[in-house]
Design a protein around this ligand. Structure first.
Ligand SMILES: Cc1cc2nc3c(=O)[nH]c(=O)nc-3n(C[C@H](O)[C@H](O)[C@H](O)COP(=O)(O)OP(=O)(O)OC[C@H]3O[C@@H](n4cnc5c(N)ncnc54)[C@H](O)[C@@H]3O)c2cc1C
Length: 400
C-alpha cells in the first residue's frame, strides 16, 4: 500500500489549509458568540471564494461539478477542513448534505436529481436525514415506528424523529420509514424525500446539545410526521431498499467523519502544544517542562498518527477492494478514532486550565459537538461487537 500523497493532492491540501487559516479560523470567535445563522451571509461569501479557487465539492465527481477526488483523497481533505467547525460547510461537503448528495447521485431519478441534487450541489439549499426515533433504539435500525403508506398516488407518513441534524433552514429531509412491516427486517423500510413545509411535517424543537441549542446548520431537530403526504415519486430507489441505501451512505461517510475528527485532533494538539510552550507556571518554567504534560503530548502524537493511518487504510480498502471487504476496518476506525478524538480534546482542554472550558478557544465547541462521536454513526459498542464477532468467527466461534 502506498500512503504517499501525490503532488496534485499536496497542492490542493496546501491551498485548503491556507484558506482555513486565513478565511475560516478568523470567523470562529464571532461564530461562537453569535451562532451559525448570524454567520450565514459571511459564510456564503467564503463559499463563493472557494468556488473561484476551484475547490468546491471536493468529494463530488467532475460530471456533477465537483473536484472528483477519490475517497482516500477526500479523506485527506476532510482532515484539513475538520480543523474548524465551519470548514466542511465552506467547501459544500458537510454532513448530512454530503451523504444525501451521494444517495441522490446513486439512486435518484432524473427528476429528483433536477429538483434536489442540483441545488444541493450548487449550495443553494441544505438538507437533512431523518432516521433516528426517540422511542426506538437507533442501534437497532430495523426497529422503527415511523410508517409510510401508499394512498391515492401519495405516501402518507406518520412518526416522530429526533436528531434530524441541520433541519433548521433545510429545504428537504430524507426520511426512513417502514413501508412494508411484513417484509424481512432489512426490507421493511424505504427512504422518501419530504420537502420542509409539507403540511403535517412539524418542527418540535432544536434539541440542546450539551446545553447548546444551536441554530441553522448547527442544530439537531425533533420533528413529527403527522399524516404528512408526499408524491409517490419522492421514493428513493425501490421500495424496501432503505437499509441498503443507508449502508451505501455510511461506509464513505465514516471515512469523512473519522478524517474530520483527525483534523479536530490536529487543531487541538496544536493548541495544546502552543499553550504548553507558552504558559509559564513560574518565571522561565513553561508548562511543557512537566513530564505529565510531555506524556499527554507524546501519547496524543502517537495516537493521532495511528488513527490517521488506520482511517487511510480503510479508505484505500473501500476504494480498491470494496465496502464489504472493508467492514472490519470501517468498524475499527469508528470507535478507535472517536476514542482518540475525545482523549486529545480533553487533554488539550486540561492543558489550557480554565481557559479550556471557555468559548475563547474552539476546544469547548469541539468537545460539545463531538461527545456524540462515540454515539452517532453506530455506537462504539456496536462496532466493537461487529469486529469481535468477525474475528471470533475465524476461530470457529459463530455468534448470532
Ligand atoms: C450529534 C448527533 C447527531 C446525529 N445526527 C443524526 C441525523 O442527522 N439523523 C439521524 O437519523 N440520526 C442522527 N443521530 C442519531 C444517532 O444515529 C443515534 O443516536 C445512534 O444511532 C444511537 O442510537 P440511540 O441514540 O437511540 O441509542 P441506543 O440505540 O438507545 O443505544 C444507547 C447506548 O446503548 C449501548 N448499546 C447499543 N447497542 C448495543 C449493543 N448491541 N451492545 C452493547 N451496547 C449497546 C451504546 O453504548 C449506546 O450508546 C445523531 C446523534 C448525535 C449524537
Amino acid at each position: 500500500m502506498d500512503f504517499g500523497i501525490s503532488p496534485k493532492m499536496q497542492d490542493i491540501l496546501a491551498r485548503m489549509r491556507q484558506f482555513m487559516e486565513q478565511e475560516v479560523y478568523p470567523l470562529e470567535p464571532e461564530a461562537s458568540a453569535r451562532g451559525f445563522k448570524a454567520m450565514v451571509p459571511q459564510l456564503r461569501a467564503k463559499r463563493q471564494k472557494v468556488r473561484e479557487l476551484g475547490l468546491w465539492c471536493p468529494q463530488i465527481p467532475r460530471e456533477y461539478g465537483g473536484m472528483g477526488l477519490s475517497l482516500l483523497e477526500h479523506g485527506l481533505v476532510s482532515e484539513v477542513l475538520g480543523s474548524s467547525t465551519m470548514g466542511h460547510y465552506c467547501f459544500n461537503c458537510q454532513a448530512p448534505d454530503a451523504g444525501n448528495m451521494e444517495i441522490l447521485m446513486l439512486f435518484g431519478t432524473e427528476e429528483q436529481k433536477k429538483t434536489w441534487l442540483r441545488p444541493l450541489l450548487e449550495g443553494e439549499i441544505r438538507s437533512c436525514f431523518s432516521m433516528t426515533e426517540p422511542d426506538r433504539p437507533g442501534s437497532n435500525p430495523v426497529w422503527l415506528d415511523t410508517t409510510a403508506v401508499r394512498q391515492g398516488g401519495e405516501w402518507v407518513i406518520n412518526g416522530r424523529k429526533w436528531f434530524t441534524s441541520s433541519y433548521d433552514g433545510a429545504a428537504f429531509a430524507i426520511v426512513m420509514a417502514v413501508t412494508n412491516p411484513e417484509a424481512p427486517p432489512h426490507k421493511r423500510a424505504s427512504q422518501i424525500v419530504v420537502p420542509i413545509g409539507t403540511p403535517g411535517f412539524k418542527f418540535v424543537r432544536n434539541i440542546p446539545l450539551m446545553g447548546h441549542e444551536g441554530d441553522d446548520y448547527d442544530s439537531h431537530a425533533e420533528v413529527v410526521y403527522e399524516n404528512c403526504r408526499v408524491p409517490q415519486a419522492n421514493l428513493l430507489g425501490t421500495e424496501g431498499e432503505g437499509f441498503a441505501i443507508a449502508q451505501e451512505r455510511l461506509g464513505p461517510g465514516r471515512i469523512h467523519h473519522c478524517m474530520r475528527w483527525i483534523g479536530i485532533c490536529e487543531r487541538s494538539f496544536d493548541l495544546m502544544c502552543k499553550r504548553a510552550a507558552s504558559r509559564e507556571l513560574a518565571p522561565g518554567k513553561p508548562l511543557g517542562t512537566q513530564q505529565i504534560i510531555q506524556q499527554w503530548i507524546a501519547d496524543s502524537r502517537a495516537e493521532i498518527n495511528a488513527a490517521r493511518l488506520m482511517v487511510l487504510e480503510a479508505a484505500w480498502k473501500i476504494g480498491n477492494v470494496g465496502m464489504a471487504a472493508a467492514r472490519e476496518e470501517i468498524s475499527c476506525i469508528k470507535f478507535y478514532a472517536a476514542d482518540v478524538l475525545l482523549k486529545v480534546i480533553d487533554r488539550a482542554i486540561q492543558v489550557h486550565g480554565a481557559l479550556g472550558v471557555t468559548s475563547d478557544t474552539p476546544l469547548a465547541a469541539f468537545l460539545r459537538n463531538e461527545r456524540g462521536a462515540r454515539i452517532y454513526d453506530g455506537a462504539d459498542e456496536v462496532h466493537k461487537m461487529v469486529v469481535a464477532k468477525r474475528v471470533l468467527s475465524r476461530y470457529g466461534l459463530k455468534i448470532s
